[in-house]
Design a protein around this ligand. Sequence first.
Ligand code: SAH
Ligand code: SF4
Ligand code: F3S
Length: 433
Amino acid sequence: MSKKLYIKTLGCAMNVRDSEHIIAELNKREPYKLTSEISEADLIIINTCSVREKPVSKLFSEIGVFRKYKKDNAKIGVTGCTASHLGEEIIKKAPIVDFVLGARNVSKLSKVIDRRHSVEVDLDYDDSNYSFGEYRSNRYKAMVNISMGCDKSCTYCIVPATRGKEVSIPPNLIVQEVRRAVEGGAKEVILLGQNVNNYGKYFSATGERLNFTGLLRKISLINGLERIRFASPHPLHMDDEFLEEFAFNPKICKQIHIPLQSGSTKVLRDMKRGYTKEWFLNRCAKVKELSPEVSISTDIIVGFPNESDEDFADTLDVLEQVRFNQLFSFKYSPRPHTKAATYPNQIPDEVASERLKILQNRHKEILDEIMSSQVGKVYSVYFDELKSGGKISGRSDDGKLFFVNGSEELLGEIKDVKVTKSARWALEGEVIN
Ligand code: SAH
Ligand code: SF4
Ligand code: F3S
């Protein structure tokens, strides 16, 4: 009988992909079956995120839950970003944990799995040339890492301290992986990195060197691949060459995440983002000019130290001008290993909460305006997930989520769908051909 694995993944798409790599590496040793029951598992893994404060305290309460429900001989592993920055402390605080494996150390899984209390969290470890085993939770859309780590030093962000320096994965390895995914049934890939459009600045191996635009061109030559998405580009590196490739390469989906963080040039400077409000607006205007059908999503932090009412008004102004199709918004959370945590003038929680509410409410209104004008429109939808109740879901080229009545035969297919009903976050429709 094969062993059972319970794996819980927190955080961003890179962590989701790391979890797939963990499963693939385990399966290289012996087959594991996934379970959603802690009490059935032989191995329990929590793949952590530390980008905001809550996930860290959540980790120790999760470990408490594992302790309560786990089988006697089941092992517990802590992986991911919190593993990277807390390291050994996790075992000191919770000796029930068997191993700690940091983000960017995933390829060392077999080193830690049989050695009780082993800790591998080397921030300089470089597995950019390592070929992971193949495991995908959804064979129709494939996540593919193109770089690891982050070379920026945004003053609020812990990621450089959990994922280390930026290294690009060689183009031939990326192409190989995309080809394999396409052979396995994927028509869509999502290229992942903390700053995808900084791709190519540093490779640790010799060989072909490309920048992000070059990589996009190369990947789009792969037969059978129909759609390319990526997350996230950095506003600073959005040069015209890249925006033109984005607009005119038909395989690149017209959906782009452009993380704003703040609309105030003063706050952006304090965050060390490297661009101004005007530059951000200029890049969004250029994207819209070249690709009028584009959907733009963003990340915004409110309540950054010293953020005044005027600064927040600048953020609202950018929201008004760009009219984002999706917004991920957060209250600033002071993190260890970050400069901003030591800044004076931290903003009281009530003020940050109020700003978050105002921002989210205005975004919802904008979204309702955008979505209520959708009925009757036709989109090309790629179906990638079966849902309950005879429904199947998919996404349009510009990233809108669709639900239609349908079954398995639509999976992996791209069809024209007419919108019959709209809601704030998703559309219903019928396949017309
Ligand atoms: N590399 C990506 C961001 C990864 S972190 C980029 O540069 O866009 C994902 C998001 O979490 C960030 O965009 C930011 O909005 C948010 N975030 C990061 N650190 C944070 C903090 N200390 N408090 C609140 N939100 C934070
Ligand atoms: Fe964090 Fe900035 Fe790097 Fe994004 S670019 S991961 S926000 S340091
Ligand atoms: Fe991702 Fe969270 Fe790490 S957002 S990079 S898993 S801190």
